[in-house]
Design a protein around this ligand. Structure first.
Ligand SMILES: Nc1ncnc2c1ncn2[C@@H]1O[C@H](COP(=O)(O)OP(=O)(O)OP(=O)(O)O)[C@@H](O)[C@H]1O
Length: 303
């Protein structure tokens, strides 16, 4: 029997790799996804986000490593099938089906399917029930996926680029719905997106995947606290430019701005020297981190 407080991670991957013929899409990925939290899965194009989500949902086999749901392998695990909902950015197998049939299918697939909520969402998004999935616009296809993801009420919901094709107004509607629904029905949500700044408010945790490897898995606050813009006199700041904590540097007319990644032990001293210290927005931080790591891996390749 388990303790009252269940410490078994709901979903985790341990040293998971996935190779497709010549390509290693995911490499030694290890992370434990905290319960009842929204996780942002961030990575550049081709970093391995979609492959990782397929692996976590048990829809493809890993080449090596373990993927565990409630401590048991996700594959051939009826509990995992019933409790993990993976919303792909496009559902190729859905093409010939009408929206109403897809909703029926979901109601049979997910034991906690909330019919009333699904109908409310279908009305909110004005989705035509009689139209085939393949004849929906790109944004409407995303909305069908969103209805599935939210109304399934699965313990784990994986969204791969859920807002593809949605206009700004509809994206905001989705973010608001997700926050509202999550606060009423907490569960584990992992959401991959390239629209980092506008979705940053959703994330309690950030998982960064780079060239197939999970390089960071941290609470968003902790993640953001590590990044700082340092701006001030070039003669002071350029002395730091070779420091490995510096992700990016730009100078103009005697003023330099650095992006610093890590603890700032000398914060007081820098302020005293007239250096302005500011937070870095998440999207910018993502760009600086991935560029820096890409540069380091390219220089390792040259060596
Ligand atoms: N079925 C497959 N066969 C061969 N290679 C694949 C397959 N699926 C993915 N890959 C490769 O694996 C790598 C990771 O792809 P993946 O789609 O997981 O990345 P991603 O982070 O989701 O990218 P994007 O943000 O561009 O959608 C890429 O190099 C891709 O070409």
């Amino acid at each position: 029997m388990r303790d009252t407080i269940d410490t078994t991670p709901l979903l985790e991957c341990r040293h998971v790799s996935k190779q497709f013929s010549g390509t290693i899409a995911v490499k030694e990925a290890t992370a434990s996804f905290e319960r009842d939290a929204i996780h942002g899965l961030l990575g550049a194009n081709g970093a391995g986000k979609t492959t990782l989500l397929h692996l976590l949902s048990g829809q493809i086999f890993q080449t090596q490593g373990d993927i565990l749901y409630e401590g048991y392998p996700v594959h051939e695990n009826p509990q995992a099938v019933a409790n993990i909902c993976f919303v792909k950015s496009e559902e190729r197998s859905w093409m010939d089906y009408k929206v109403k049939h897809l909703m029926n299918f979901c109601s049979l697939l997910y034991p906690h399917w909330d019919e009333e909520f699904a109908n409310e969402l279908l009305r909110t998004f004005r989705l035509p029930l009689g139209r085939r999935y393949k004849n929906l616009s790109r944004g409407m296809q995303s909305l069908v996926g969103i209805v599935r993801g939210l109304a399934s009420r699965c313990q784990v919901t994986l969204f791969d680029e859920p807002t593809l094709g949605l206009d700004a107004d509809m994206r905001e509607t989705f973010y608001d719905l997700l926050i509202r629904d999550f606060s009423e029905n907490p569960r584990t949500i992992i959401l991959s997106t390239h629209l980092i700044d506008e979705s940053a408010k959703l994330f309690q945790y950030i998982t960064l995947i780079e060239q197939g490897t999970i390089t960071t898995h941290l609470e968003t606050e902790q993640f953001m606290e590590q990044a700082h813009y340092l701006q001030g006199n070039s003669s002071l700041l350029e002395r730091l430019s070779e420091d490995p904590h510096v992700l990016h540097q730009e100078s103009l007319a005697g003023t330099t701005r650095l992006v610093w990644w890590g603890d700032l032990d000398n914060r007081e001293q820098l302020i005293h020297q007239g250096i302005d210290i500011q937070p870095v927005p998440l999207q910018k931080l993502f760009v600086y981190l991935t560029r820096k790591r890409l540069k380091s891996s390219q220089s390792e390749d040259v060596i």
